[in-house]
Design a protein around this ligand. Structure first.
Ligand code: AR6
Length: 181
């Protein structure tokens, strides 16, 4: 694990399974229907026991219709060590000319703003859009880390960080953080 002091807060990068983290909130890389899926979304649904989380997600969708890319919604953490799950939808990579950068940045910033609204002070993110949605990882890491830095500088949370699945991803994100933070 590596960390950086940002403002009065802390930005961390670690390797592991986000479902095991003891933080106020973990973030889910969801889809617009909050319907569950593979990747980290599947892992989070399995770790919560699925049924209660599915019910909470369906309630949100019946209220708002769908969760657009870049937006965020919150549910209980149910059986997880984390108290809450913040669901956000990253952009699908279409080559970078469809507003992907802004949508990815918004996914991080809107998650941090929703955290603030719910008095969440510690939050962990997966590499949103870096799996099935195909975002180039180095570019995504720059956008994500700068968004977390901005949120910490604004005092939205006290601790925010990334949990990377696998050593290759961890090393790339840690090296990117060394370059830009
Ligand atoms: N802990 C931390 N990171 C993980 C874990 C885990 N347990 N499992 C996977 N990752 P993806 P996306 C990493 O595909 O690209 C779903 O089906 C993984 O290695 O989960 O935003 C949704 O329902 C990768 O780096 O999310 C959507 O339909 C990162 O998490 C769609 O996939 C994100 O990969 C969202 O695609």
């Amino acid at each position: 694990m590596k960390d950086w002091k940002i403002g009065s807060g802390r930005l961390f990068i670690r390797q592991g399974d986000i479902t095991t983290l003891e933080v106020d909130a973990i973030v889910n890389a969801a889809n617009s229907r909050l319907a569950g899926g593979g990747g980290v979304d599947g892992a989070i649904h399995r770790a919560t026991g699925a049924a209660k989380l599915q019910e909470a997600c369906q309630k949100i969708i019946s209220d708002i219709g769908s969760l657009p890319p870049g937006e965020a919604a919150i549910t209980d953490g149910f059986n997880l060590p984390a108290k809450y799950i913040i669901h956000t939808v990253g952009p699908i990579w279409h080559g970078g000319t469809n507003g992907e950068l802004k949508l990815l940045k918004n996914a991080y910033l809107n998650s941090l703003k929703l955290a603030r609204k719910n008095n969440i002070t510690t939050i962990a993110f997966p590499a949103i859009s870096c799996g099935v949605y195909g975002y180039p990882v180095k570019e995504a890491a720059c956008i994500a880390l700068l968004a977390l830095k901005k949120g910490l500088e604004a005092g939205l949370v006290e601790e925010a960080g990334m949990v990377l699945h696998g050593e290759t991803a961890y090393k790339l994100w840690a090296a990117t953080a060394e370059e830009i933070l």
